[in-house]
Design a binder for this molecule. Structure first.
Ligand code: GLN
Length: 546
């Protein structure tokens, strides 16, 4: 029988509940259990595809084309599995389904109500992966914070599950702040948050406390007493320098064993050794490589947000670790180059540049200037989706001398649309059907034998995840090729350009896809590996020339 672990959050948002969920899953997996995870997002959007990245972080893309909250990316990276889009449940999806059923007369004349009809729909969706019989554990993270209006029905649904006989463990993640003026960790917010949770009828089995320093015994006892749990079930989740190490914190506190005990399960086997060795290796790395990510989704108010590019950042880290290096990531806002082109000097001393995906006009010229800088200064360059499209625009303008070359996304009626709609997208945009309508999910590509990308992948047929509406305009391919651009990967029908590269450059590679979504800590994405290796070569050359 499948076991459910329900993860809720309290006190503040942004606690790292996604990492906690992924880490709980990982320790169970390392002890031999088959694990998957579900993310519940209480917002009304049907998926994260229409959300601005600075609003909610990166949009994660699944193999089957789901556009989902970035937490699903944590689950996939930690668990090294592909998770389908039905593992994301939003209020919009649930109400959409209930309303459709009501319109189709499926409720047989009943009054359709939040309880039981909406909660039934939520439970049906949570239980769906388990009906496949492939998993021992389904970890379910409920987004938002206990006490929010919007997650009440989700909490009610998971409360009912236990009553209905499902094997459920409730884990509540809270924040234990240290007040600067007192220097003391305060448990009161946790007490209130658990009180709120218990009002919904859920008694947590475990409380995971996010803290700066490990939680001491006095605070554990206090939380235990006020929250009606045993002291050993208060788990300390203090800050670590690398998110993958949260698994070790949990392991040291026998979290997995305690979960299994409550469910009368035993440890199957133990694959911790390899994981621990990997974490030890990456903790002891000394030398580093400097990678600049030139994006635009950084600023909200006065804060800077790296969450918008979390998978790109992770992919850089994975590839650097694989080459026994740490990565030093510089976030560079392309809008600054637009205001002051001299700021391109910010790119000096950087070993490799990435222009990641993006949408819309702002920051575009800064990105095009970046591509030019990387091409002309022989700096290793990796372009991802928009980063490929702009590499084509830049090359067309400055090498092929097509001065008015542009992308239709940037200019409504370009004279020279080197990047144009994928044909079926024109109608979609005209009708403003923006939700889940891009070219989404995994698509294959055939790589040119002997090309840089083919050597990196080590095969000629690959598949990567996509999320785009525009493509290289086929009418311009021959002129781009004549001037030296190599399209080293195409869709199997040869129509869509999937990968490009520039010979006579240390490393200039771009792809229409998002290889960052398939990067895992121990299995870096080939193109990122290529970038890091080229970056190391650049460092060596500089060292030799000094
Ligand atoms: N905005 C571009 C497109 O839709 C690129 C998308 C992306 O970078 N993911 O084609």
């Amino acid at each position: 029988m499948v076991n459910y672990i329900i993860v809720t959050g309290g006190v503040v948002s942004g606690l790292g509940k996604g990492i906690t969920t992924a880490s709980v899953g990982k320790i169970l997996q390392l002890h031999g259990y088959k694990v998957t995870a579900i993310k519940i997002d209480p917002y009304i959007n049907c998926d994260a595809g229409t959300l601005r990245p600075t609003e909610h972080g990166e949009v994660w893309v699944t193999e089957d084309g789901g556009e989902i909250d970035q937490d699903l990316g944590h689950y996939e990276r930690f668990l090294d599995i592909n998770i389908p889009k039905c593992h994301n449940i939003t209020t919009g999806q649930v109400y959409g389904a209930v309303i459709e059923k009501e319109r189709n007369g499926k409720y047989l004349g009943k009054t359709v109500q939040p309880i039981p009809h909406v909660t039934d729909e939520i439970k049906r969706r949570i239980r769906k992966p388990s009906t496949e019989g492939k998993f021992d554990f389904v970890i379910v993270e409920i987004g938002g914070t206990v006490g929010d209006y919007e997650n009440v029905l989700f909490l009610e649904a998971v409360r009912q599950m236990k009553l209905e006989g499902d094997k459920v463990i409730y884990v509540h993640v809270t924040y234990v702040p240290v007040l600067d003026s007192l220097g003391e960790a305060k448990t009161k917010p946790t007490q209130h948050s658990v009180k709120r949770l218990r009002e919904t009828g859920i008694q947590p089995d475990f409380i995971v406390t996010r803290t700066k320093e490990p939680l001491d015994f006095v605070r554990r006892e206090k939380i235990a007493m006020f929250c009606n749990i045993h002291e050993e079930d208060v788990i300390s989740d203090s800050d670590v320098d690398n998110v993958y190490k949260v698994t070790l914190l949990f392991e040291e506190q026998n979290f997995c064993k305690k979960i299994l005990n409550k469910l009368n399960l035993r440890k199957d086997h133990n694959e911790l050794k390899k994981w621990k060795m990997f974490l030890k290796k990456i903790s002891n790395l000394e030398q580093s490589v400097k990678i600049g990510i030139v994006g635009k989704y950084f600023d909200i108010g006065t804060s800077q947000l790296s969450d918008s590019y979390i998978s790109v950042i992770e992919a850089v880290r994975h590839a650097a670790w694989n080459n026994n290096l740490k990565s030093e990531i510089r976030w560079i806002d392309s809008k600054t180059f637009e205001k002051n082109p001299r700021d391109l000097a910010l790119l000096e001393g950087i070993d490799g540049i990435i222009v990641p995906g993006g949408f819309g006009l702002s920051g575009i010229q800064g990105k095009i200037d970046t591509v030019k800088y990387a091409r002309e200064h022989n700096i290793p360059y990796l372009g991802l989706c928009l980063g490929m499209q702009l590499a084509v625009v830049e090359f067309a303008r400055n090498v092929c001398n097509i001065k008015e070359a542009n992308s239709r996304e940037i200019e409504k009626k370009p004279v020279e649309p080197v990047i144009d709609f994928i044909p079926e997208q024109a109608k979609i945009i005209f009708e403003s059907r923006y939700g889940a309508s891009m070219r989404l999910g995994s698509y294959p590509a055939i790589l040119k034998k002997g090309s840089v990308v083919q050597m990196l992948y080590g095969k000629t047929k690959v598949s990567e995840r996509h999320r785009h509406r525009y493509e290289v305009n086929p009418d311009y391919i021959s002129i781009l090729e004549k001037n030296g651009m190599v399209f080293s990967g195409k869709s199997p029908d040869g129509i869509l350009m999937e990968f490009l590269e520039l010979p006579n450059h240390p490393f200039f590679v771009a792809t229409q896809s998002h290889p960052e979504f398939k990067s895992r800590p121990m299995k870096p994405a080939p193109l990122f590996n290529g970038l890091i290796r080229a970056a190391i070569k650049k460092q060596e050359l500089i060292r030799c020339s000094v």
